[in-house]
Design a protein around this ligand. Structure first.
Ligand SMILES: [Fe+2]
Length: 264
């Protein structure tokens, strides 16, 4: 009887902790939603039209990337099966108030921060080191070493074995923060897209890799019901690579968008 009582108490405590966390999430989301509705759209370079993304396929070895598909799927599925993977959180800058902040995708970190996680540490390579999982993904890490970075920082695999939709969101609202990253995938199965804040016009990403503005437009993914995997590597682009990137008149967070618009 005592064991049963303890189990019930444990279950009740767990449920109330979860309810509190959900309420906290809703409150934060509601506040962010109200702020975004009342805020003026940030000023951007007039040469930019949203939604947009800059394909990086011409700068990376796409054939090598595609060849990693089977290997990566197998590895990722075995990690997801452990049930130990961290849940992906969209943050609170969502397009729709009621869309989930935890849509079901999981994260497999290949580089982790040496101090408690801070989103704005993404572009501080000195703070990041390979995770325990990195050895298990050696072929992927070898591919990442060929990308046009001087140094890398956060490296994550984002995966969902049920291919659920990822709520359209912005990563943050700091227009003076430019994060240099490459988003990529080994197949074109994940229907990833960018969406304009005002018109809600959507554009699907057709390339294997991209750099996109995560601040002045939304990004997310539709559901497929099938395994969906993408990888994001943050860091500092090499000097040679940086030299070809145009600089916007304002709003450094829109740099990828300007490059995308000037390239198309
Ligand atoms: Fe995001």
């Amino acid at each position: 009887m005592a064991v049963l009582t303890k189990r019930i108490q444990h279950a009740v405590a767990w449920r109330s902790r979860r309810t509190m966390a959900n309420m906290r999430d809703f409150n934060n989301g509601f506040r962010a939603y109200l702020n975004s509705r009342s805020a003026q759209k940030a000023q951007v370079d007039p040469r930019i039209t949203y939604p947009c993304y800059k394909s990086f396929d011409e700068y990376i070895d796409v054939e090598k990337l595609k060849s990693l598909d089977g290997y990566l799927k197998k590895k990722v599925v075995s990690y997801l099966k452990t049930g130990q993977c961290q849940e992906f959180h969209t943050g609170f800058q969502k397009l729709k108030l009621m869309s989930p902040t935890k849509p079901g995708s999981k994260l497999i970190p290949l580089a982790v921060s040496k101090r408690p996680y801070e989103y704005l540490d993404l572009d501080k390579p000195d703070l990041w080191e390979p995770s325990e999982c990195a050895n298990d993904f050696a072929d992927l890490m070898d591919f990442i070493a060929t990308l046009p970075f001087k140094t890398t920082a956060r490296i994550i695999i984002m995966a969902d074995d049920q291919g659920r939709a990822v709520s359209a969101h912005r990563d943050h609202t700091l227009t003076n923060v430019k994060h240099e990253f490459i988003w990529f995938r080994t197949n074109l199965e994940k229907p990833f897209s960018l969406q304009d804040i005002k018109s809600k016009k959507k554009v699907g990403v057709k390339s294997y890799s991209a750099w996109f503005d995560t601040v002045n437009q939304f990004h997310g993914s539709d559901s497929t019901g099938k395994l969906a995997i993408s990888i994001r590597v943050d860091g500092i682009f090499s000097d040679e690579f940086r030299a070809q990137i145009p600089i916007p008149e304002c709003n450094p967070a829109s740099t990828a968008a300007l490059w995308a618009c000037l390239s198309s």
